[in-house]
Design a protein. Structure first.
Length: 208
């Protein structure tokens, strides 16, 4: 997979610093601790491309990873690791900064081809997850939900979580512009489940 050649490109702290790139990008959002960095690393078959940050103050940045040829003579697109959200004790100013950075990026970034939202399979669709969906829905672009840490659920519980997530996305679909695909799958970095289907979604969005 071309994703295996992803490499660090840049870090952005303010919208004005977003790179003026001309190829598609896919963004990864999720509550802090949802397993986002682990999943990005697994999808790219790398040990430490994405870093999990345990410090709320340090999470207010956006990391870009470039997907290109090994020879670095062509860039297909970018993977964009968005700041994790949902820390209990983020000060008001940091929260406001987060909302602007994430909300504006998601709602207005023309290059953004699709949004992956990582949600812990045991407690998906928290208020902030729904906020992300609602910011992005009006763009009419696709959302793919990864129900992470699926290994923590029995197969019955997994099936139930998947059904419930589909029901919620179906309800959102009624509000979305025509045709916006809202999809969901189970995922486990630990058990390496769901990696290929997720890679296929990313490849499709990036035109790989
Ligand atoms: P992030 O804050 O969303 O980037 O989350 P991390 O990727 O840092 O993961 C948070 C915690 O969840 C870490 O302790 C990981 O080891 C654990 N974790 C990540 N993926 C999985 C998974 O698929 N299964 C299980 N059981 N734990 C996971």
């Amino acid at each position: 997979s071309l994703l295996h050649q992803a490499r660090f490109f840049t870090t952005v702290n303010h919208l004005r610093d977003l790179p003026a790139t001309a190829v598609p990008e896919v963004a990864f959002a999720g509550r802090s601790n949802a397993g986002k960095s682990t999943a990005i690393n697994i999808l790219c078959n790398q040990k430490r491309l994405a870093f999990s940050s345990k410090t709320p103050g340090r999470t207010q940045h956006i990391n870009f990873f470039e997907v290109g040829t090994a020879k670095r003579d062509h860039t297909y697109g970018y993977l964009v690791d968005l700041p994790g959200y949902g820390y209990a004790e983020v000060p008001g100013a940091a929260k406001a900064h987060w909302e602007r950075l994430l909300g504006d990026y998601i709602a207005t970034r023309a290059q953004l081809a699709g949004l992956v939202i990582m949600m812990d399979a045991r407690r998906p669709f928290t208020d902030l997850d729904c906020q992300m969906v609602e910011w992005f829905l009006p763009t009419g672009k696709p959302i793919h939900v990864l129900l992470t840490k699926a290994d923590k659920l029995s197969s019955n519980e997994s099936a139930q979580a998947l059904r419930e997530a589909r029901r919620i996305l179906d309800a959102y679909r009624q509000q979305a512009p025509d045709g916006a695909p809202l999809t969901v799958q189970l995922f486990s970095s630990l058990k390496r489940k769901g990696i290929e289907p997720a890679q296929q979604v990313l490849a499709g969005w990036l035109g790989l």
